[in-house]
Design a protein around this ligand. Structure first.
Ligand code: RIB
Length: 309
């Protein structure tokens, strides 16, 4: 087992209702689905699971409802090697829900009901302050209330805990938050919303990264789908290609990338090597369906990487 720094993840938990169909319904249209499953998801939980299964020392700050599925998700998170003491059960609330369509091309379309995720207030973040203070890195996304993401980032900055933000789902963000972020991992759409630069080429990615550096962020990783990742540190950029696989669906591919990336970084791997490890974990995830059911364990990612050499 590799020695690893401590990770805190703050984020959402959802029950994903996934319907596979030939093509997405248009407004007013009803389409017949081909396959339906309920799987555990939520961007925060998926990233925590990717970190836990790949060997991170991780605690997860999140909320579930006081319903049956919330209880089952908590139990599964513990089995995925995650410290779930900071996962609060919110009385009278339902666990978050994501309704997901997946078409024959493996593309998805997602709508969310926040449920208990909306209860992850700044007061709850304050209650879990020690987890953030004692972590080496804090990984967050944007399915939790923005004021709570900001509150956690402030605590992290005061205690030299690195702040990593996966700015998904896409939304504009205040400079106050971006100035507290050490590393950011947007996809092309999110990068465009944050910077105003449409990312269609490596040159565009370099320009978008430069806008984010100017906001105070040291490391910028723009994920480019099948083209890999644009990695820019303090203004110096390079593209790191991903692995070609037969995709089943891309649900949680980005989440798997983020969780695995953190594991590798906290083991002390240099950033380009950590990106390669994260690419491998994400490549495995897209060959399987659903969010958490698709996230690989460490042995699988190591084996995949060995097979590439
Ligand atoms: O990133 C994928 C996730 O987005 C799904 O698991 C769904 O819950 C939504 O949060």
């Amino acid at each position: 087992m590799n020695k690893t720094g401590r990770l805190a993840v703050l984020g959402s938990i959802n029950a994903d209702h996934i319907l596979n169909l030939t093509s997405f319904p248009r407004p007013g249209e009803t389409v017949i689905g081909k396959q339906y499953q309920i799987a555990f998801g939520g961007k925060g939980a998926n990233q925590a699971v990717a970190a836990g299964r790949s060997g991170a020392d991780i605690a997860f700050i999140a909320c579930v409802g006081d319903d049956d599925i919330g209880q089952r998700i908590r139990q599964q998170l513990a089995e995925d090697h995650i410290d779930i003491a900071p996962v609060e059960v919110i009385a009278g609330e339902s666990t978050g829900v994501a309704l997901i369509f997946v078409n024959d091309e493996g593309e998805n379309s997602i709508a969310i009901h926040a449920g208990a995720n909306a209860a992850l207030s700044p007061a709850l973040v304050e209650k879990q302050r020690k987890i953030v203070e004692n972590a080496d890195a804090l990984l967050m996304q944007l399915e939790s209330p923005l004021e709570s993401v900001l509150a956690a980032a402030k605590i992290a900055r005061q205690h030299q805990t690195k702040v990593i933000l996966n700015p998904a789902p896409a939304m504009p963000l205040p400079d106050e938050l971006l100035a507290l972020v050490d590393m950011i991992t947007p996809n092309e759409t999110e990068a465009e919303i944050l910077t105003g630069v449409a990312v269609a080429s490596d040159e565009d990615a370099a320009r978008a990264a430069s806008v984010l550096h100017d906001k105070g962020i040291h490391s910028v990783l723009i994920t480019l789908g099948s083209r890999g990742v644009w990695l820019s540190e303090a203004g110096k950029g390079e593209r790191i290609s991903g692995f070609k696989v037969q995709a089943v669906d891309t649900i949680a591919a980005g989440d798997t990338f983020n969780g695995a990336l953190m594991t590798a970084l906290l083991e002390g791997k240099p950033l380009p090597q950590a990106v390669r490890f994260a690419h491998a974990a994400a490549a495995i995830a897209v060959t399987r369906s659903g969010a958490q059911p698709s996230v690989p364990w460490r042995e699988e990612t190591d084996r995949f990487l060995q097979q590439q050499e």
